[in-house]
Design a protein around this ligand. Structure first.
Ligand code: CTP
Length: 445
């Protein structure tokens, strides 16, 4: 059965971009009912929405009342996406108003609800809008931070609608996550959490035209950012030399070298609940960066060797800072990634201990996997000695398992669970299994 999606459209100029989102949703096989507000039709007319969706379009519940549309649309939806979400529309949704078909649908929907705001910076930053956004998030909706860039007029700032393809990627993820055969999970277990993800590969300059780099595409890091946003997290993505479009809702900080990444990650991580270092960071950089392009000297002699010096180890620095802050209750969860040709458990455990992180995701390179591929597989080693195997699959699926484990660590640190209570709650499950692992798998469901 095709997924049933309601596309709510608010009265903003970015409504024209929602046409592309609609197209992507229908082309992927979803059945989409477009529900604009009355004023949204000033920007894009009913005929366009009806033709692109192949479904009737109304703004009020007074058409086809025998089907009780103000209740049925929301009840039957697998996903509601509101794009663009205006300040006014989010205010009405937060207040629980039901004065048109879209707000009524938002009240009756029990599926994931995704708001993609677009408005001028001043409206976005106003305390009234921020309070409404916080309330909607608190109630379980995913409200994206708008993208930063050119706005309707000559001004620029926060307020742009994220790219339709990126909203579509998030919508697809929300539709497909959860257990097969059930409605998508509405599990925003990272809501209210700030997380930092690093992605891509650093470059260490030799001269103005050459660098030492690696093959990292950033795909796994970007998948981690997208999936965290889909689970309600506030995401800062520190991206090194990646040519991918910004995940909708993420704050993206672009860097080039390992030292720049160190500074950006350390700053962003200061208040983060979790840091996932998916980036391939160069261990060394040339001791000297030549100001002018290096030339062959024409003698046929081997060139001078390039002397290397060590770069800061960002993950180890995060672990050291965490230890120093542990008295203040800093329980930041730290995750490393290791793309390896030697995937032996001994090597993985040694690296996990050396880095001082909580999880090390070890993924094999070669055999059709690794840099630039859509799929990945991994074994996750945890500091408590447990091991989780993630079979080959899309990088998004691997990312979700990593966040399951992170969420588990966060819950353990924030809400210590009384094992006695779990014994009572889960009779028969405890025997022979580590209590904490049972608690984890129970909590992260
Ligand atoms: N990492 C880091 N800073 C560095 C190097 C690596 O934070 N200077 C992080 C990576 O982002 C990754 C983890 O450490 O999450 C493991 O990276 P990897 O390159 O496998 O580890 P290294 O310590 O560099 O060990 P190796 O000798 O195997 O390269």
């Amino acid at each position: 059965m095709p997924a049933r999606v309601v596309l709510g459209v608010g009265a903003g100029i970015a409504a024209y971009k929602a046409c592309e989102l609609l197209r992507l949703l229908t082309e992927s096989g979803s059945r989409v009912r477009v529900v604009p507000t009355a004023d949204a039709l000033r920007f894009v007319g009913e005929v366009t929405w009806a033709a692109l969706s192949g479904e009737p379009v109304t703004t009020q519940p007074w058409t086809g009342v025998e089907d009780v549309p103000h209740v049925r649309l929301g009840q039957e939806a697998d996903l509601v996406v509101v794009a663009p979400a205006t300040a006014d529309l989010m205010a009405r949704a937060a207040a629980g108003m039901a004065d048109d078909l879209l707000t009524a649908t938002l009240l009756t929907a029990r599926c994931p609800v995704l708001f993609a705001p677009a408005m001028h910076t001043e409206m976005w930053e106003h305390p009234a809008t921020q309070a409404n956004v916080a309330l909607l998030r608190h109630r379980g909706a995913i409200v994206l931070d708008p993208a930063v860039g050119r706005l309707t007029g000559k001004d620029s700032g926060a307020g742009r609608l994220p790219e339709p393809a990126e909203i579509f990627a998030l919508a697809t993820h929300l539709l497909t996550r959860g257990h097969p055969g059930t409605r998508p999970a509405r599990d925003n277990d990272l809501a209210g959490r700030r997380v930092v993800v690093s992605a891509g590969g650093t470059r260490e300059e030799i001269d103005p035209v050459r660098f030492i780099g690696n093959w990292s595409s950033g795909l796994q890091g970007y998948a981690l950012a997208r999936t965290a946003i889909a689970r309600g997290a506030e995401v800062t993505l520190v991206a090194a030399n990646v040519s991918l479009s910004d995940p909708a809702g993420a704050k993206v900080v672009r860097v080039t070298s390992a030292r720049e990444m160190h500074d950006a990650v350390m700053a962003a991580a200061a208040t983060a609940a979790a840091v996932v270092m998916a980036a391939a960071v160069a261990d060394y950089r040339p001791a000297t960066r030549h100001q002018a392009k290096l030339k062959k000297d024409g003698t046929g002699q081997a060139p001078e060797p390039i002397h290397l010096v060590e770069n800061p180890d960002i993950l180890a620095a995060l672990a050291t800072r965490r230890t120093a802050a542990s008295k203040t209750g800093n329980e930041q969860v730290l995750v490393g990634f290791a793309a390896e040709t030697d995937t032996s458990p001994q090597a993985a455990k040694a690296k996990l201990a050396r880095k001082g992180c909580d999880l090390l995701v070890v993924n094999p390179v070669g055999n059709g996997l690794g840099f630039g591929t859509a799929d990945n597989e991994a074994v996750v080693y945890r500091a408590d000695g447990s091991v989780t195997e993630i079979p080959r699959g899309p990088k998004e699926a691997l990312a979700d398992v990593v966040w399951d484990l992170v969420a588990c660590n966060l819950k353990l640190s924030v809400t210590p669970v009384n094992p006695d209570k779990i014994h009572r709650k889960l009779p028969g499950l405890i025997e022979g299994v580590s209590t904490w692992r049972v608690v984890c798998s129970h909590l992260s469901r």
